[in-house]
Design a binder for this molecule. Structure first.
Ligand SMILES: [Fe+2]
Ligand SMILES: [Fe+2]
Length: 307
């Protein structure tokens, strides 16, 4: 794999065409710095990263438990320890003050912008993957449920407009496009169907998210057959990677996903933390043919690095 540098600014996009054959993304979520945060698990994650050797790290929201300054600063210090690995980070509903009403209404993302990143809808191109992050929080209209606005779908459209056909397009949003199983939020984010229809038009192949505190790896066609029956979008949700807030089948569990984006195949490897062994280890692997490609399971690397 070839590590590419963080690339923002779509106008100069064409200047990097030296695409790697396979790009590896570490997908973590719902870190929840604050009382639920588990420092021991976080340390193991940090030690795992060099072995996993990702080209980029995606954090799909809920960095903090209560959107407090010291919690954001802890998250910032944690991210800084990933050294030079490009990161795409988006906020979750817990990154907006819940009880500080004035702050919630009038400057809901001020601390996030100051300490984590000024852009709530960031774009990252790495290797043969184009990632677009979307802020799905709705501080003024929903306490914990998310929303995506039409201007964000247009933002996606613009970000993907000049992307080469063979590049994998991935959207990252905190809230869930697939209902949770095992009684965990059995309704998807409002407006999910409309958004997925747009993503299909934009040739998005995968959505990464969190919020449910339990993993799901499947396809939008499981829930929204729609009129794009031939492909849909792969949905990859991450449980909580470093907090005690796991739910459903991942109650008290910690997980992350490793995504290998090859030329013909997308592979998602699901990792679970084993407390006695003090390590994350792969527990399942899911391979999907890329749009318009024949299935080639050997295309995206092993995706099964044990840590
Ligand atoms: Fe969360
Ligand atoms: Fe959340």
């Amino acid at each position: 794999m070839t590590r590419q540098v963080l690339y923002k600014g779509l106008s100069a996009f064409s200047s990097i065409c030296s695409m790697a054959m396979s790009t590896r993304i570490l997908h973590i979520s719902d870190l929840h710095f604050g009382p639920p945060f588990m420092p021991t698990v976080a340390e193991v994650l940090l030690q795992s990263v060099p072995l996993l050797n990702p080209d980029a790290i995606v954090v799909s929201g809920d960095l903090t438990q209560r959107a407090k300054r010291h919690q954001f600063e802890s998250a910032r210090r944690f991210f800084d320890r990933f050294a030079d690995i490009p990161m795409l980070v988006i906020p979750g509903n817990h990154d907006v003050a819940l009880y500080r009403i004035f702050e919630r209404l009038f400057r809901p993302h001020a601390l996030y912008r100051e300490i984590i990143h000024p852009d709530l809808n960031p774009v990252l191109q790495v290797g043969n993957v184009m990632l677009v992050g979307l802020d799905s929080t709705a501080p003024r209209s929903a306490v914990s449920n998310g929303r995506l606005h039409r201007h964000q779908l247009r933002h996606c459209e613009e970000a993907f407009a000049n992307v080469p056909e063979d590049m994998t397009r991935i959207v990252v949003a905190h809230h869930h496009f697939a209902p949770g199983h095992d009684k965990v939020l059995d309704v998807a984010m409002p407006g999910s169907r409309r958004a997925i229809d747009c993503f299909v038009e934009q040739k998005v192949e995968m959505i990464l998210g969190g919020h449910l505190h339990r993993s799901y790896i499947g396809n939008s066609l499981d829930f929204f057959p729609g009129h794009h029956r031939e492909r849909g979008v792969i949905i990859v949700q991450c449980g909580t990677t470093t907090s005690s807030r796991g739910k459903g089948r991942e109650r008290d569990e910690n997980t992350f996903n490793l995504i290998d984006a090859g030329a013909k195949t997308l592979t998602v490897t699901h990792y679970l933390y084993f407390e006695e062994a003090g390590e994350f280890a792969p527990v399942s692997k899911h391979s999907f043919p890329r749009q318009g490609q024949a299935f080639d399971p050997g295309d995206a690397g092993s995706g099964s690095t044990s840590t």
